[in-house]
Design a protein around this ligand. Structure first.
Ligand SMILES: Cc1cc2nc3c(=O)[nH]c(=O)nc-3n(C[C@H](O)[C@H](O)[C@H](O)COP(=O)(O)O)c2cc1C
Length: 171
């Protein structure tokens, strides 16, 4: 028997097209709360979130990466900041929490790489030692919001190994 959480994990897709409408404050708050509860190495929580909704600032942030149209189209993007002694793994966990929490309340999301980190550092006015390479665009899915055509996943038989690499997990 699967609960909702498991279903959301299996059906989560990056949504790149959004309705032209702001995100309700309550929805954003719930998503940020889920982000806040993400676990991190030694519970350090060496991270920060910059909520970018200002239209000009969204464009400036979009210019920091190569495939950032979702930032341009979404009403809100949350930039995930890794503070000194933080780990990229933890930021990834936070991104997935954000995406799953968003999906569970009907909000679409797309993870975004900011390839030009120095530019993102400048745009977000980050303190020295902090970095931001990832962001998540958020918005209500447009009626025609189709997932990318390259969706789908490798079968378990291709990725899972038993005890040591090269021994298939599935017998
Ligand atoms: C680390 C990471 C970076 C990503 N960067 C981008 C991006 O810059 N632009 C974008 O449109 N999608 C980005 N994506 C979304 C992926 O392209 C998408 O999740 C993947 O192709 C699988 O498609 P699906 O989510 O529809 O199943 C990124 C995903 C990850 C995990």
């Amino acid at each position: 028997m699967h609960d909702d959480c498991y279903e959301h994990i299996l059906h989560l897709r990056a949504i790149r097209n959004y309705r032209d409408e702001p995100l309700a404050a309550g929805d954003l708050e719930q998503i940020l709360e889920a982000a806040r509860w993400t676990g991190s190495s030694k519970n350090r929580q060496n991270w920060a979130i910059v909520v970018v909704a200002d239209p000009d600032q969204r464009q400036r942030l979009a210019a920091c990466g190569d495939y950032t149209d979702p930032i341009r189209h979404a009403p809100v993007t949350v930039a995930l900041v890794q503070e000194p002694d933080g780990y990229e793994f933890d930021t990834g966990r936070m991104a997935q929490n954000i995406m799953l929490a968003a999906a569970s309340i009907g909000v679409g999301s797309c993870p975004i790489t900011l390839h030009r980190e120095n530019q993102a550092h400048h745009v977000l006015e980050l303190p020295a030692g902090s970095r931001c390479r990832y962001a998540v665009a958020l918005g209500y899915p447009a009626p025609d919001a189709r997932p990318a055509r390259w969706g789908g996943r490798k079968p378990l038989s291709e990725i899972a190994h038993r005890d040591r690499y090269g021994v298939p997990y599935l017998r």
